[in-house]
Write a protein of this length. Structure first.
Length: 430
C-alpha cells in the first residue's frame, strides 16, 4: 500500500506510466514524438522499396516516382517536426518571450505528421491521396511558420539574427513545399524535384546550420571549460551563401548537367567554390574543437555531424572537377547523401538526444546505446556515399544501407519516444 511513501511520491510513481496526455506537457514532447513516428514509417517504407527493386517476391504498385516520394518525405517529413520541438522550446528563450502552449502547436504538428503518413500510403494507392496528404502537411508547416514569426514579432531582444534567419528559411520551406504540390498536380516531375532540393538547401540546411552556429560553440564551452564559445558571424554568412548557391545550382541544372560551351565554365566555377567552402568549414570544425570534443561523446556527435557538411561540399567540388574530364558531374548523389545522412541526420540525432535528456530529467550524456546508434548512422552515411560511386556493386549497397538506416533510427526513436509520454525522471514540470 506504499505506507512508507508520502502521498506526493506515490502520485509521481503512478504518473511514470506512459500516457498520451503527457505529450502535451511541453512542445518538444509532441513535436519529437510525431517526428519519430514519421521517421520510423518513412525509413521502413524506403527499405521496402529497396527490397522491391532487387527482389521478385515483393511487387509494389506506384502512383508516381518513389524517388520523388522518398526525397520529399526525407526533406519535409520528420525534420520540420523535430524543428517544431526545438524551436518552440529554445526559440522563446532566444527571443525573451513567453513560450506557446503545446495545445496551440498541436494542430500544425498533427497536420504535418498525418499528412506525411498519408503521402506514403498514397504513393502506392492513389495519387489523389498523396496530394491530399501533401496539402495537409503544407498547411501544417505554414501554420507552424506563422506561429514562429509571431514569437519574433513579439520579441524586443536586440539580437534576433538567428531567429529571423530561421524564420526566413521556414518561409522558403513553405514556398518549396507548395511548389512541390503544384508541380506534382500538373505532372511537372523535374520541377517538383527541384522544389524538394530547394527546400533541402534553402530550408532544412539553413535552419540546421543556423542552430549549429548558435549552439555548438555554446554546448562545447559548457561541457569543456577550456574551450571558448567562438562563433564569428562570417562563418554563418559562409554557410548561408553556400546554401543559397546550392539552391541556384538546382535551378541552373534543372534539366540535368549543362551542355555546350558554358558547361565547363559552370562546372569549374561551381567545383572551385564548393572545394573552397568545404575546406573552410572543415577548418572551422577543427577550430570549434573537433579533436577535443572526442572526449565527450555527446559533444563529439555534434562536431562530427557538422564536419560532414564540409566533407559534402568537398565531395561536391571534386564531383564537378572530375566531371570536367568525363563530360558530366560524377558522384553528385554521394555529395547529396553526405549532407542528408552524414550532416543532417547526425546533428538531428545529437541535438534531439541532448534536448530529450535535459528535458526529461536525465543526465545529459550519450550512453553506450546512443553512441552505438550514432556509429551505425555513420556507417549508413559511408555506405550510401559508396553506393553513389560508379561500380558494379554500388547498386547492391542500397538495400543494406536502407535497412541499417531504418533499424537504427527505429530503435533510437523507440527509446526516445518512450520518454516523451512519461513525466520527468526528476519530478519537475515540463
Amino acid at each position: 500500500m506504499n505506507r512508507g511513501l508520502p502521498s506526493g511520491e506515490a502520485l509521481v510513481a503512478l504518473d511514470r506510466r506512459w500516457r498520451v496526455s503527457n505529450l502535451l506537457l511541453a512542445p518538444h514532447r509532441l513535436g519529437f514524438f510525431c517526428a519519430m513516428v514519421v521517421l520510423a514509417a518513412s525509413g521502413g517504407w524506403w527499405a521496402l522499396v529497396q527490397l522491391d527493386r532487387v527482389s521478385v517476391s515483393v511487387v509494389l504498385p506506384y502512383t508516381f516516382s518513389p524517388t520523388l516520394a522518398h526525397a520529399a518525405v526525407m526533406t519535409f517529413g520528420f525534420i520540420p517536426l523535430f524543428f517544431s520541438g526545438f524551436l518552440f522550446t529554445a526559440g522563446p528563450k532566444w527571443l525573451g518571450v513567453a513560450p506557446l502552449t503545446t495545445r496551440l502547436l498541436m494542430v500544425p504538428i498533427l497536420m504535418q505528421a498525418g499528412g506525411w503518413l498519408l503521402w506514403l500510403t498514397g504513393t502506392h494507392l492513389h495519387l489523389v491521396s498523396a496530394l491530399f496528404g501533401l496539402a495537409l502537411a503544407w498547411s501544417g508547416l505554414t501554420s507552424m511558420t506563422w506561429l514562429f514569426w509571431r514569437l519574433i514579432w513579439r520579441s524586443r531582444e536586440q539580437d534576433q539574427l538567428h531567429a529571423r534567419t530561421i524564420g526566413v528559411a521556414c518561409l522558403i520551406g513553405c514556398l518549396s513545399l507548395g511548389g512541390l504540390l503544384a508541380n506534382l498536380v500538373v505532372g511537372a516531375t523535374a520541377v517538383a524535384m527541384a522544389c524538394v532540393l530547394t527546400g533541402l538547401w534553402g530550408f532544412v540546411v539553413v535552419v540546421v546550420v543556423t542552430v549549429a552556429h548558435r549552439m555548438i560553440p555554446f554546448f562545447t564551452s559548457s561541457a569543456m571549460p577550456f574551450q571558448t564559445a567562438w562563433r564569428p558571424f562570417w562563418a554563418l554568412g559562409l554557410m548561408l551563401v553556400a546554401a543559397v548557391l546550392e539552391c541556384i545550382a538546382v535551378w541552373v541544372e534543372i534539366d540535368g548537367p549543362l551542355h555546350g560551351p558554358m558547361a565547363p565554365v559552370w562546372m569549374l566555377a561551381r567545383g572551385a567554390w564548393e572545394l573552397a567552402a568545404g575546406s573552410a568549414l572543415l577548418w572551422l570544425a577543427r577550430v570549434w574543437g573537433l579533436a577535443q570534443s572526442l572526449k565527450n561523446r555527446l559533444i563529439a556527435m555534434l562536431h562530427i555531424g557538422f564536419t560532414w557538411l564540409g566533407i559534402a561540399l568537398v565531395l561536391g567540388g571534386l564531383s564537378q572537377l572530375i566531371g570536367l574530364v568525363q563530360g558530366s558531374p560524377v558522384f553528385s548523389l554521394g555529395s547529396l547523401h553526405a549532407v542528408t545522412i552524414g550532416c543532417l541526420s547526425s546533428l538531428m540525432l545529437a541535438m534531439v538526444t541532448r534536448v530529450s535528456c535535459g528535458h526529461s530529467g536525465r543526465a545529459v550524456v550519450a550512453d553506450h546505446l546512443v553512441w552505438s546508434f550514432f556509429l551505425l548512422l555513420q556507417l549508413t552515411a559511408l555506405l550510401r556515399v559508396a553506393a553513389a560511386a560508379q561500380s558494379a556493386l554500388a547498386g547492391w549497397l542500397l538495400l543494406p544501407t536502407a535497412v541499417i538506416w531504418a533499424a537504427t533510427l527505429l530503435f533510437w526513436g523507440g527509446r526516445m519516444g518512450s520518454w516523451y509520454g512519461r513525466v520527468r525522471a526528476d519530478g519537475r514540470p515540463g
